[in-house]
Design a protein around this ligand. Structure first.
Ligand SMILES: Cc1ncc(COP(=O)(O)O)c(C=O)c1O
Length: 284
């Protein structure tokens, strides 16, 4: 049979364009800062993730240059082979201390954390119970598992509890997943209630607080709870994200999950950003 194996891509793209679903990329001509130049026009930037504008902080820029001179522009290998630098270890130790958790683990991106970690936590015979408006990278992470799924109405703890009750007798492990501050509308999940009800049913709670960290104090999530707490340093402007968790989560992640094992890049800025952040939101 004669076929053009990739013709469908062109057709699919043309369909997206016809329906006005294609991204029209805007081109930044400056750094991402409160006043930026986009497509030749001066604009006030209200849609970046650079909430605290730390990417333009003179100390961060200097530290980045110094670190690149000393350590190079990349770690040269994945973490599991020869890419774990002293810098990774230092910053993970400091992050865990800062967040009051046993351990922490840096991932390349938030996407990598969700895609890498979620499939490690649950599998066949388990269930994920997920808020209907969770971020796309969480949805992709969920799709990579062999676990069953249930979706509860946005921020509806009553529905979550019903799903937990249904799941209680049928499944081995239960994983509840929610954004902290939701990425599209900025609404805040009822974290205390979610954690309480999850604990009642012996479920793990996975919180992707990419949009809360740096915006609502240190974090939304009560770190003292016996839960998995996933938080991304999005607003510290690092390219990398981090997870704060128990030691067993970070140990098994390093040993068994693709994402940290294949994390090539080390961000030498991390320590400096943490210092600046600490100065803003102090936690003893
Ligand atoms: C809630 C949430 N999680 C994960 C991500 C992905 O993070 P990253 O850009 O680090 O891949 C985003 C990105 O916007 C997000 O909003």
């Amino acid at each position: 049979m004669e076929r053009n194996p990739s013709a469908f891509l062109k057709e699919e793209y043309e369909e997206l364009v016809r329906n006005n679903f294609d991204w029209k990329l805007r081109i930044l001509e400056t750094g991402s800062s409160p006043h930026s130049v986009v497509d030749g026009k001066e604009v006030i930037m209200l849609c970046s993730n650079n909430y605290l504008n730390l990417s333009n902080h003179s100390r961060i820029i200097k530290e980045a240059m110094d670190a690149a001179k000393k350590f190079g522009a990349g770690s040269g290998s994945v973490r599991a082979i020869a890419g774990t630098m002293k810098l990774h270890m230092e910053v993970e130790k400091r992050l865990a201390k800062f967040k009051g958790t046993e351990s922490s683990l840096i991932y390349q991106t938030g996407f990598a954390a969700n895609a890498g970690l979620i499939p490690q936590l649950v599998g066949k015979g388990d269930i994920i119970i997920s808020d209907e408006l969770n971020h796309g990278s969480i949805i992709d992470g969920v799709r990579l598992t062999k676990a069953d799924r249930a979706v509860y109405k946005h921020c509806d703890v009553g529905e979550l509890e019903k799903a937990l009750k249904d799941a209680d007798k049928k499944y081995n492990r239960i994983l509840v997943i929610t954004d902290g501050v939701f990425s599209m509308d900025g609404d805040v999940s009822p974290m205390d209630k979610i954690v309480d009800v999850a604990v009642e049913y012996g479920a793990m709670t996975y919180v992707d607080d990419a949009h809360g960290e740096g915006v609502i104090g240190v974090s939304l999530c009560p770190v003292s709870n016996p839960i998995l707490f996933n938080s991304f340093l999005k607003y510290f402007v690092l390219s990398q994200r981090f997870l704060t968790c128990s030691g067993s989560v970070s140990n098994t992640s390093i040993a068994a999950s693709c994402a940290p094992a294949t994390a090539g890049g080390c961000d030498p800025l991390s320590n400096q950003v943490l210092d600046l952040f600490k100065a803003k939101f102090t936690r003893s």
